[in-house]
Design a binder for this molecule. Structure first.
Ligand code: 5GP
Ligand code: ZN
Length: 117
């Protein structure tokens, strides 16, 4: 069922606490934790606690939680004192999505080229 924890999902396990992560923020509906393979001085992932496979599925099933995720990206940027930052939702394997639990990458702390690769 949409939103239910998935046994084979890495980020559901981080939500459950069975896989450790460096959590920087938590709300009733979201957690934010540092990416294990950072691509910038600040690289934090903001995820819904509920399982949805990508950002579009999250927005369709639980738009208020999608808004919570976006609000938390700003809160992370504020805490990390980022003047500029990038929010990335890789969607689909061709775009680099490797974990099928919706997540926003918050990247900052260095110059970010545009267009991205
Ligand atoms: P995607 O490639 O799906 O957009 O992003 C998945 C992200 O999860 C990658 O940036 C990857 O480094 C990160 N990641 C993968 N496994 C772990 C883990 O066990 N812990 C943490 N904190 N991040 C992870
Ligand atoms: Zn999940």
């Amino acid at each position: 069922m949409a939103g239910e924890p998935q046994d084979d999902c890495l980020f559901c396990k981080i939500v459950a606490g069975t896989i450790p992560a460096t959590i920087v923020r938590e709300t009733d509906t979201t957690i934010a934790f540092r990416d294990i393979n950072p691509q910038a001085p600040t690289h934090v992932l903001v995820i819904p606690k509920a399982h949805h496979q990508d950002a579009a599925a999250l927005a369709a099933a639980a738009p208020e939680v999608a808004a919570d995720v976006l609000r938390e990206t700003q809160a992370v940027a504020d805490e990390e004192k980022l003047e500029s930052y990038r929010i990335v939702f890789n969607t689909g394997s061709g775009a680099g999505q490797t974990v099928w639990h919706a997540h926003a990458h918050v990247l900052g702390g260095r110059g970010l080229e545009w267009p991205p690769g």
